[in-house]
Design a protein around this ligand. Sequence first.
Ligand code: F0G
Length: 380
Amino acid sequence: MSNEPIDQSGVWRYREFLPFLEDISAIVTLREGNTPLLSGPKAADYAGVDAIAFKHQGFNPTGSFKDNGMTCGAAQARRLGMQRVACVSTGNTSASMAAYASAGGLQPVIFLPHGNISFGKLAQALEYGAKTVQIDANFDQILAIIRRIADRLGMYLLNSINPFRIEGQKSIMVEMMDQRDWKSPDWVVLPGGNLGNASAFGKALREMLQLGLIDRLPRLAVVQAEGSAPFYEMVQTGAAALTPVGHPETLATAIKIGDPVSWPKALNEIQATDGVVEKVTEQEIADAKAIIGQCGIGCEPASAATLAGIRKLRGSGVIRRDADIVAVLTGNVLKDPEYIHRYHTGVLEAPSSGTIRSIWGNPPVLVSCDENAITAVLKG
Ligand code: F0G
C-alpha cells in the first residue's frame, strides 16, 4: 500500500525476484505493470473453451509488455553509467525504450525497418525524443549489424537479448500468479516473435516453482504468424537448430521476425513446461482480433495470435474445453489503427494470401446531416 514509486510499479514491487540492483536510485519507473486479468466470454465461445482470462499488457504506460522489461534495462544502463542506449525494433521496444531512456536522462537511439512498423509506434518514438533511424531492411538484418557496432558507438543495447529486460518481463508471470492467489492456470498462451517473452515467462515460472510459490508449472503455448514461424517449424520437425525465415511476412508487424535471437532459451522453456508452439494464418489473426475487440478489450494484431492459437489448439484437442487459460495480450488496440480501419472497411491486404475477408467487419456509416437520414440509418 506504499506510495513510494518503486512500490507502485508492478515490476519493482516484486524486486526480490530481480536481484541485480543494489542501488535503487538507478531505477526509472513510469508505474509499469499493474495490468489487469480480464475475462473474455465471447472470445472463449469463439475458441470453443469455457473461459479465457486476458492478461492485458496493453495497459502499460507505453501500451505494451516491453515496459516491464525496459524499466530494468534502463536501470541497468544507468547502473553502468551509460549515456546512450539503442535498440532495433518492430515498434514496441522502440516506443518503450524511448520513453524510459528519456525519463531517465539517457539518450535513446532506435533503428527501425523502414515502412514496416505501425504509425502509432513510430509516433511514440518521435514524441518521446528518440533519435530515430529508419533502414530499408528487415528486423533481423538490422539487428545483426547493430549488435556488431553498438559497443564501438558507445551504445548500450536494449534489445531483448539483454538479460536485464528478461528479468523485468518475468514480473508479468509473477503478477499474474499474485492476481490468481498463486494458483497456476493450465495454459499460458503468448505470441512469439524474437522469443524474449517466452524465455522470460518460462524462467519466472520455474523460479516460482522452486520457491514454492506455485505447486505446478502451467504449459506455455507460443503462437507465431504463419509467414514468420521459424520456431514453430523447428519444434514441429524436431530439428536441432532453428532455420531462419529469410523474408518473414505478416501484417502483425510486431512479430515479423525470421531469425529470433532467443530461440535456445525459448526452446528450453517449452521443454521445461511441456509447452507447445502453434502457427496461425493472417485471416485467423484478423478475425481473432475483431473478437477480442467485441469483448470490449481490444489489442494489436500480434496479440490476437493468442486467441487464434487457442482456437486452433482446441480444434486439434491439445487444449481441453474446460482448461484454465490465461492469454497474454502484448499490445494496446491503438498501436495499429490503420490495420483496424482496413479490416472493418474490407480493404486489409495480406502479403501473400491477398485480401483478408472482413468476416466480423463493422464499417462506419456515412450519412448526411439531416434528421430523416440519421433516423433511417438507425432504423435499418
Ligand atoms: N507482441 C508484441 C505486441 C510485440 O511488440 C512483440 C515483439 C511480440 C509480441 C513478440 O515478443 O519478441 O518477446 O517474442 N516486439 C519486438 C519489438 C520485437 O521490437 O517491439 P517476443
